[in-house]
Design a protein around this ligand. Structure first.
Ligand code: AOF
Ligand code: ZN
Length: 342
């Protein structure tokens, strides 16, 4: 029984993940409808503002009468509120499934158990907590957003085998290989914002857009307290939205927003980003920005590439405890994923 539930919940995870990069600030949700051990319908939340997963799953069932007496699997509790769409719990109740199997409770205060209560009040059996931890990882951004009212912060850096993230002159190209760099472009397309400190913006002169992958560009964020950003840098070009946090002025020129933050405080900046709808941020350096975020414990995840190259001298990589046995191989690079608090 449990094995069967796990199997279908895993299928909801697979479907949910298809929405990555397209649904924020919403959670990733997948739904599978099973009758007589057969999947009769499935769906996922595809895009912010569109149908929720349950509605897409119900719509995919040819003969709606079949949903009567079925088992509905969802990785997140169905919603109970009128948002952009009517409550999914009500929609499910209309079709009289026998049971609803859920991985996680929806921490949005508008839902938070009320979806489950609605189902139970109509004698629909609810089983919750199936593959709960795996579900929490899939919606790690959403849960951090709901709990902390902060964006989900992902630190990313590449370091040499001998522990350097840049040469002595600050230059950091090219430590990781082409495949790892391509993967970083995929990551850029999955998050709402991308952040660097002013030194990185000036020395590396990055565009901070998505080029080696198909997907959306994130909002660019520069930490530039004393307005040291060189005028014609690539991060200021093009028509992507760019936020420049500084202690001096609030100013808007086209799609460039200078945001005054005085005193210059990371927690305040991240709170401001969250208020602007930036629900997740990929931090791509440099060293002092990453160290600052680490020492303030304002990060959620670190993704560290360690290459086979050696610099012998240079700028030392951030100090973070890495379990050297747990990595993903990307050709000659090793990728370590470290979660804060795990
Ligand atoms: C579900 N199924 O597929 C999703 C849910 O603005 P709305 O109307 O799209 O509502 C967003 C909220 O609904 C979101 O914060 C979360 O609580 C829930 N998301 N719920 O039953 C779904 N995406
Ligand atoms: Zn819903």
């Amino acid at each position: 029984m449990i094995k069967k539930h796990k199997k279908y919940i895993q299928r909801t995870f697979f479907l949910a993940k298809k929405g990555l990069g397209k649904v924020f600030p919403n959670p990733l949700v997948g739904c599978v409808i099973v009758k007589n051990n057969k999947i009769i319908g499935e769906g996922y939340h595809k895009k912010y503002g569109d149908n929720h997963a349950e509605v897409n799953a119900i719509n995919s069932v040819k003969d709606k009468k079949q949903i009567n007496g079925s088992s509905v699997y969802i990785n997140l509790e169905p919603c109970s509120h009128y948002g952009k769409t009517p409550p999914c719990a009500d929609r499910l109740i209309m079709h009289k499934p026998k049971e609803v199997i859920i991985s996680n409770i929806d921490l949005n205060p508008k839902v938070n158990g009320k979806g489950i209560k609605k189902l139970m009040a109509k004698n629909i059996k609810v089983i919750e907590g199936v593959e709960e931890n795996a579900g929490k990882i899939i919606n790690k951004r959403f849960f951090v957003n709901q709990k902390n009212k902060l964006p989900y912060i992902i630190l990313k850096w590449a370091q040499t085998q001998d522990g350097f993230i840049a040469r002595q002159n600050g230059e950091s190209k090219w430590i990781s290989n082409l495949f790892s760099r391509k993967l970083v472009h995929k990551w850029r397309s999955e998050e709402k914002g991308i952040l660097v400190g002013v030194n990185t913006a000036n020395i590396d002169n990055p565009k901070l857009n998505v080029r080696h992958w198909a997907g959306k560009n994130p909002v660019r964020i520069i930490l530039d307290p004393h307005n040291k950003l060189i005028k014609n840098q690539k991060v200021l070009k093009g028509n992507l939205s760019t936020l420049i946090y500084n202690i001096k002025h609030n100013k808007k020129t086209k799609n460039k927003y200078f945001v005054k933050t005085n005193p210059f405080n990371l927690f305040k900046i991240f709170s401001d980003l969250y208020k602007r709808g930036i629900t997740s941020v990929l931090v791509e350096g440099g060293l002092s920005t990453i160290n600052h975020i680490l020492s303030n414990n304002l990060w959620n995840e670190a993704r560290v590439f360690i290459s086979e190259k050696k610099f012998t001298r240079g700028i030392k990589a951030p100090k973070l405890k890495i379990n050297k046995n747990k990595y993903i191989t990307i050709k000659d690079d090793k990728l370590y994923i470290i979660r804060n608090g795990s």
